[in-house]
Write a protein that binds this ligand. Sequence first.
Ligand code: FBP
Length: 363
Amino acid sequence: MTEIDQSLDLDPSVLDHAYALDRDCTTLSRHVLQQLQTASAEAQDLSALMNRIALAAKLIARRLTRAGLVEDALGFTGRTNVQGESVKKMDLYANQVFISAFEQSGLVCRLASEEMDNPYYIPDNCAIGRYTLLYDPIDGSSNVDINLNVGAIFAIRRQEGEDLDGSAQDLLQDGHKQIAAGYVLFGPSTMLIYSVGKGVHAFTLDPSLGEFILSAENIQIPEHGPVYSVNEGNFWQWDESIRNYIRYVHRHEGYTARYSGALVGDIHRILFQGGVFLYPGTVKKPEGKLRLLYESAPLAFLVEQAGGRASTGSQEIMAVVPEKLHARTPLIIGSKEDVALVESFIQEHQRDHQERTALTSKD
Ligand code: FBP
């Protein structure tokens, strides 16, 4: 925030205007450079990349706000994606928006998306393009057609090697390879939350300016929060340890359930109010539903930067090395104390199981 020369003895209302003006002028690209405190090539690149993400977010927000009035904006495409899920028209539209926004960037050689079997290459960019964008163009797809909040999730990694065979092996590395990550929340207002490894910051889209303007800086997630966010409809598909955790929060004061159907919406609440979001493995899908590279790792990067934690139940999400591009992982993410509480039920159950096994092997 710019220092105002106090010797000017300005009228407080003028000072307020000056500060408001200064805040209104803290655009995303300027804020990224301020965060990185260098004018290095990489800082300029990240600032330009974040600007492209903001452009994609504005285009998707415009489509979402008018979706009910636009022919063919909602509903299914009839296609199934690499995840085996039915693809929504908005998923495809948003995926294409990210590609178009980065095609002219000159910075990104490769885009890897939850909606595409293989990464999309921009050959013209590859000679100089030093980055890969990984993204989930529409998170919370089940909410799109009923006008409930959805999001987009993104992460930026440096391009390592030329990936000549298109196998994107260099992307199969842990979350510490991310140099920036964040999400866009398409809610009553459109917000962009990001980190370049220097804290977590929020921007709100001011439609009158068409600009994302700084609305919160250095967001710190509370150590504990009342919210637990999980799809209890899967209760009987979970491991007993998770069922025990849910029985605990049901029986103890101070807990309340909130589940929006969109991971980004639930994480946004927890970022500001504390609590924990869980998408555990199930009997059918022991690896869970959520994608490591497009959902869990970017949000883990962000939440850790805000002082929270993200775990599989037995390992930090940021340490997980994916076996394949569309690898999934169980996710327990949020306030430190609440993630630790869930883990304690998992560890206790594992201990009981080992003791029982040891006892039966003695018999
Ligand atoms: P999409 O990216 O395909 O939307 O899938 C992710 C997601 O929709 C999350 O946003 C949400 O938390 C979860 O899946 C909801 O899954 P379920 O309907 O099984 O509870």
